[in-house]
Design a protein around this ligand. Structure first.
Ligand code: ADP
Length: 426
């Protein structure tokens, strides 16, 4: 299997978001969970997205994991590797976007790297290096209250500079609007000024098409699904993709079994989706303090779900509003509380699968990562899109038999996302 495009995603929902975009734009794509075991039979594809869980780990661990994934992808023929980050640039000042990008650049011989989290379809745009989420600058958006990576600065040149060894540049919208030639000329000028990473503006898909065309000629780029769109369209335009495009129907053949929803995201969107779900299905709100105190709350949740699940889908949620999250974090620490809750939601998820759940929706990037790891699912085929950025996924090589999943990044999906997702899974 030789692939054209490789990607390393810093979390699992981000990986399926990107895989969805690549599929929609004509690339046959699989999502692997980590570097697959050599015995795993993967279908013939144009692109592979290796999902890692490195958004919120120490930078040195993130660099080591990304470097192994890069080697694996290059060995399979990937001429370009996209480091897939969140479209809200989730990271701390000690965080991983700068170090991983620089390490991937070093591994590819030291070239300059385009970086943009823009994804206009989901309201993420970058102008003069500033990231906007919907109508708000990043630091005024709900991301300022993220439990793990609160974002307090919308100026991405500044954010990336604080994480980087080398200088960070900017390619502004005026340059991008002037076309690929202008972008390349600007990159040449920045190279002579020893800049290694360059934040690129983008408001519209046409900007991402220009950036994708330029990036495809370089070995590495860093961005969200928007840049994936640009790269996929550039690859298709180049005539190198001869597969005749991607299809998603095979991925949603019925799997039967029971269905459940597990939520650990505390995003505004997820909190609202939970309120809406409460109108049509049983929702258990976990008590986060009791979850941290010992195993009783987990056992109670499993028993609660066990009593109801045979008659229809159930929802189990750790999610809470920012005030509750802050209180818990001040008692137990940000990472410790986040990690403990992820462990708890992953145990509950695994127990639900043990009891026959085969159709599963998980809300939250880290939450999904912990659950998919505990289930030891090796890879996914990409099915049709439920909402922008969230496809139905079908397991490949899963020990419990075929399952359908939706891994939802916190901010994604409309208010009826949970019922919409289950309606597409049979
Ligand atoms: P998102 O996709 O919205 O960023 P994540 O799952 O990546 O969601 O991150 C949410 C984090 O918040 C996880 O670490 C999760 O365990 C943690 N969390 C969930 N519920 C609570 C809570 N009630 N209090 C504190 N942290 C929580």
């Amino acid at each position: 299997m030789a692939i054209f495009l490789g990607s390393i995603a810093d979390d699992y929902t981000g990986a399926s978001d990107l895989a969805n975009t690549l599929t929609k734009n004509g690339l046959r794509t699989v999502q692997t969970v980590g570097i697959p075991d050599p015995s795993l039979a993967l279908p013939d594809v144009d692109a592979v997205v290796v999902s890692l869980k490195i958004r919120s780990v120490p930078a040195s661990d993130a660099v080591a994991a990304a470097a192994s994934a890069e080697r694996w992808l290059r060995q399979r023929g990937a001429g370009h590797v996209l480091y897939k980050i969140c479209s809200t640039f989730d990271s701390t000042d000690a965080g991983n976007i700068g170090p991983v990008t620089e390490a991937l650049s070093d591994a590819a011989g030291g070239g300059i790297v385009l970086v943009t989290p823009a994804f206009p379809e989901t309201g993420r745009t970058v102008y003069l290096g500033h990231l906007f989420v919907g109508g708000q600058p990043l630091n005024e958006s709900p991301l300022k209250d993220h439990p793990l990576n609160p974002m307090h600065d919308a100026n991405l040149v500044r954010v990336l500079t604080r994480q980087s060894r080398n200088a960070v540049g900017l390619i502004d919208l005026a340059c991008i609007a002037a076309g690929a030639g202008a972008v390349k000329a600007r990159l040449d000028a920045l190279r002579t000024a020893d800049v290694t990473t360059v934040i690129a503006d983008a408001l519209f898909e046409r900007d991402l098409e220009t950036l994708g065309e330029v990036a495809l000629e370089m070995p590495v780029s860093t961005g969200a699904s928007g840049l994936g769109l640009g790269l996929a369209r550039a690859l298709v335009r180049s005539g190198r993709i001869s597969s005749g495009g991607a299809t998603t129907a095979d991925a949603i053949r019925p799997v039967g079994g029971l269905s459940a929803i597990v939520a650990g995201s505390c995003s505004t969107a997820t909190l609202h989706q939970l309120d809406i779900a409460e109108r049509s299905m049983p929702v258990l709100r976990l008590d986060p303090e009791r979850l941290l105190a010992g195993p009783d709350e987990i056992a109670a949740a499993i028993s609660w779900a066990g009593d109801r699940i045979s008659t229809g889908p159930v929802v189990v949620a750790a999610s809470a509003a920012p005030e509750t999250v802050s209180r818990l974090q001040s008692l137990y620490g940000r990472e410790a509380s986040g990690h403990a809750i992820e462990t708890a939601t992953s145990i509950i998820t695994a127990e639900l699968v043990e009891r026959g759940v085969r159709r599963l929706v998980i809300a939250g990037g880290e939450t999904s990562g912990a659950a998919v790891d505990r289930l030891a699912i090796p890879a996914f085929l990409i099915g049709p899109e439920i909402a922008p950025g969230v496809p139905v996924l079908r397991t490949i090589g899963n020990a419990q038999g075929d399952m359908l999943l939706a891994l939802k990044s916190g901010n994604f999906g409309g208010e009826d996302f949970f019922t919409a997702a289950l309606a597409m899974m049979h």
